[in-house]
Design a protein around this ligand. Structure first.
Ligand code: HEM
Length: 148
């Protein structure tokens, strides 16, 4: 599990912030399309999700790119996400699946702008944000267990 981010990945992701913001809803819409066609069973998990779920994903993608060098600012937003995940019992083992479809959506949407270096940096950044969310979720599951 990736606990830090290389300076190179940080730089590439940070400088992609404008490009990501310009394309964030396209990327997130495409991500759900790919997710539900490749993994139809996952659709059930999202059956009570608000219609603007794809906007929420778009928002965090853009915010992440812009704030990757000052991640503390994102912690409140990430905690909201972690709580939503814990309500639905999301598990660490599901993260690679989302990572794969998200990377495919980024690559397809950005076309030739998604160079191999760019994709490597984003793959690394995905592992990093996953690590943060998984840790938050682990603590929330722990707290839930203690309340039982
Ligand atoms: C880095 C990875 C991920 C990011 C950035 C992310 C982002 C988000 C965001 C922004 C929300 C909306 C939270 C809110 O209610 O405000 C959300 C909810 C959700 N996510 Fe994730 N997510 C990630 C990984 C996963 C994984 C691995 C799964 C497993 C299938 C998943 C399934 C869901 C589901 C089912 C919801 C709740 C929908 C509802 O409101 O009913 N997510 N996620």
């Amino acid at each position: 599990m990736k606990t830090t981010l290389s300076p190179q990945a940080l730089l590439i992701v940070k400088s992609s912030a404008t490009l990501i913001t310009q394309n964030d809803t396209k990327i997130s819409t495409r991500m759900y399309e790919i997710l539900f066609s490749k993994y139809p069973k996952v659709k059930k998990l999202f059956e009570n999700a608000p219609a603007n779920q794809y906007m929420k994903l778009a928002e965090i993608l853009s915010a992440y790119a812009a704030n990757i060098d000052r991640i503390e600012r994102l912690k409140p937003a990430l905690l909201v996400i972690a709580k939503a995940h814990v309500r639905l019992n999301i598990q660490p083992a599901q993260y690679p699946m989302i990572g794969m479809v998200l990377m495919q959506a980024i690559e397809e949407t950005l076309g030739e702008k998604a160079t191999p270096e760019f994709m490597d940096a984003w793959r690394e950044a995905y592992k990093y944000i996953s690590y943060i969310l998984i840790e938050m979720e682990r603590e929330l599951y722990e707290q839930r267990k203690q309340k039982l």
